[in-house]
Design a protein around this ligand. Structure first.
Ligand SMILES: Nc1ncnc2c1ncn2[C@@H]1O[C@H](COP(=O)(O)OP(=O)(O)OP(=O)(O)O)[C@@H](O)[C@H]1O
Ligand SMILES: [Mg+2]
Length: 255
């Protein structure tokens, strides 16, 4: 079982769009997938048409008063379950902080799920906090969307530096360009200036496309509603690269 988190300190860069599409693609290939929406905005929960309600709230879940299993919901897609977020998740940091092993709490909560799932995707809120530390400890791979500007590359360098100094388990990083708009000079310049051999940068990238933006109207991942679209093709390429980087064996071989 592997844990992949879509993560960036910055907001609105495509974390949720990526998490839902990757989870959906993996499930369609036969992996047993759980998407854990960790963001109180509950955008991933909304996209899968699940009610943003966690009985007892984030507090009971983190404290272990309610088994994580109980909070899991099925989605409209085979092999794909969702652990929804609700607004109580805005206090997750506080609840984590009151635990004894506060930095590895998320990892410990995930442990019993290892038998049930081949892949857990964590959709993270935009922040750097105790929750982020928990995500770093729990994830095998961080998938980091970058909008191609100089500042976004700086964000990646900061994140890499932060993880290098991180005392604990260190996840791999796979960054990729998100919402790339070839009509924008800054975007093309940034892409061209970055050394192609950089190992933490994926060859796959996601273009800025209105069909991706419209997922919130359709309330379903674009890879499911328009599998032949350009958007779906790019997400498939990103998923293939992610799967390889995370060393996730083919669906028949896992379990
Ligand atoms: N490749 C894309 N092309 C066009 N629009 C996109 C693309 N990716 C995401 N969007 C849109 O941009 C907005 C932000 O995307 P998304 O919610 O995935 O980002 P996020 O990083 O999860 O944001 P937050 O930090 O708020 O959680 C959404 O309205 C989404 O539909
Ligand atoms: Mg999001």
């Amino acid at each position: 079982m592997k844990v992949i988190a879509t993560y960036n300190i910055k907001g609105g860069v495509g974390k949720t769009a990526t998490a839902v599409n990757i989870a959906c693609l993996a499930a369609s290939e036969g992996y047993r997938v759980l998407l854990w929406d960790l963001d109180p905005q509950a955008a991933a929960t909304f996209l899968f048409r699940v009610r943003p309600k966690v009985k007892g709230g984030g507090k009971a879940l983190i404290a272990g008063k309610r088994p994580v299993d109980d909070a899991i919901k099925a989605t409209d897609f085979d092999n794909l379950d969702l652990l929804p977020a609700d607004f109580t998740y805005r206090h997750l940091d506080l609840h984590l902080d009151s635990e004894r092993k506060s930095g590895t709490r998320l990892r410990n909560l995930i442990t019993p799920l290892r038998r049930q799932y081949d892949l857990i995707v964590l959709d993270c809120p935009p922040s750097i906090s105790l929750l982020s530390e928990n995500v770093l400890q729990a994830a095998d791979l961080l998938l980091v969307p970058l909008i191609p500007t100089t500042l976004s590359v700086r964000t990646l360098d900061q994140l890499t530096g932060f993880i290098a100094g991180f005392d604990g388990r260190r996840p791999q990083i796979l960054a990729f360009f998100s919402m790339l708009d070839r009509r924008k000079r800054l975007h093309t310049e940034t892409v061209e200036q970055l050394p192609a051999e950089r190992k933490d940068l994926a060859a796959a990238w996601i273009p800025a496309l209105s069909v991706i933006e419209r997922m919130s109207v359709q309330r379903a991942p674009v890879t499911a509603t328009a599998p032949r679209s350009q958007a779906a093709r790019h997400y498939r390429e990103l998923w293939a690269e992610t799967r390889k980087r995370a060393n996730l064996p083919p669906p028949a071989a896992v379990g």
